[in-house]
Ligand binder design. Sequence first.
Ligand code: ZN
Length: 458
Amino acid sequence: MDENRVTDQGAPRGVTDTDPASASGGPAADVVRLCRELIRIDTTNRGGNVSVGEPEAADYCARWMRQAGMRPRFFESSPGRVSVIGHLPGWDPDAPGLVLHGHTDVVPAEAEEWSVDPFSAEMKDGMIWGRGAVDMKGMDAMILSTLLHLARTGQRPRRPLTVAFFADEEAGGVYGAQWIVDNHPEVFDGCTEAISEVGGFSTQVGDARAYLVQTAEKGLAWLNLTAVDRPGHGSAQHPDNAVTHLAAAMHRIGTHQWPLEYTKTTRMLLEQVAELTGTVFDEADPTPQLEQLGHAMSWVAGTLRTSTNPTGLTAGYKHNVIPSTATGTVDMRLLPGSEQEALATVAELAGEHVTVEPEHRDVGLETPFSGDLVELMVTALRAEDPEAEVLPFMLGGGTDNKSLSRLGITGYGFSPLRLPPELEFTSLFHGIDERVPVDALEFGCRVLERMLEPRAEA
Ligand SMILES: [Zn+2]
């Protein structure tokens, strides 16, 4: 891309409301307003470079970044695909940089399936309703509201911050985080760790309220399977049939019982759940612990095994012609640490007549649930919720932390939300009637501010 399209110019568009609340409101003073206004900017990402609204959302974030003391720069990877990044100095000259990042895009919403307009940001039952409330305009608003409060009260965070609002996360970050890491890695110079989405929310575990911090992500491999054999007439005896080979391979791969496999993260999580609920953790059957995980149960269950789902088959063009080639696609999700073994198993299951090639791969991540930043998260959560239990978990999907990991930056999913136990929170990601409680967002701002260890400027 053309270097002069990286710019710190750009006037905010579509922002007509009055200025944000005063310092008296604390770090959460602006969070509701920011979250609602972001939801009202339709940033639907349909994948394959088809999207709307990211430039407007980047402009909107940039406006508040400037008020928070940053000079934001825009990064346009392709026409209409805009991310915005700014820096804020810290008060501790020895502290390494911390990335706070969010994405501005959202997955599509079919309005007729919703009970409210998905882009109106309606307030109902103490919650903000709309596409992106959970994933992840709520956290975007929490970051901005917290930093605005620091600026208004003349405080700085301990660590220097790189604050990024990326485009295109929902389609793998090709036009967002991936592109910036490839083309402008210098933006993240000095940063060692990152904080972002999908983690830090509470779930009921037995009688305890447990916050799940994301310290690991599964990897992915999108596989192309190809069978090539002798073409022929459909009326003949013909055992060397590419369609038959491929169908058999797909059946073996799709029905394979992947074994239970624990990483440091999932083992620690299940052991701690066992302790909290007075159950015994038996490696051969984690059901008693999974059943105690509330709305997080299916997510955690999905991180205890590799998975291989056949997703496509293509072969042939006529009933009476045996084609020479048949192809198929498989979505494979891998556990960090055993990727090579799992890929070898798939090749074996495919059999001698079928080749397996990855079309796209993304790394799995895992980092220990320890260290200064993790301790800060725990301390900040307990300061706001003295009964908080804090546990690590692995995410089955991926986030922009995968891209940042290529720069040696360790990422955590930590968007702290204290949630009512009856809310099926995990099903709201990409779900119908996506919504987030206002008091959870306010709680999150207070936790984030504590975690940044602010201090009055000298
Ligand atoms: Zn997201």
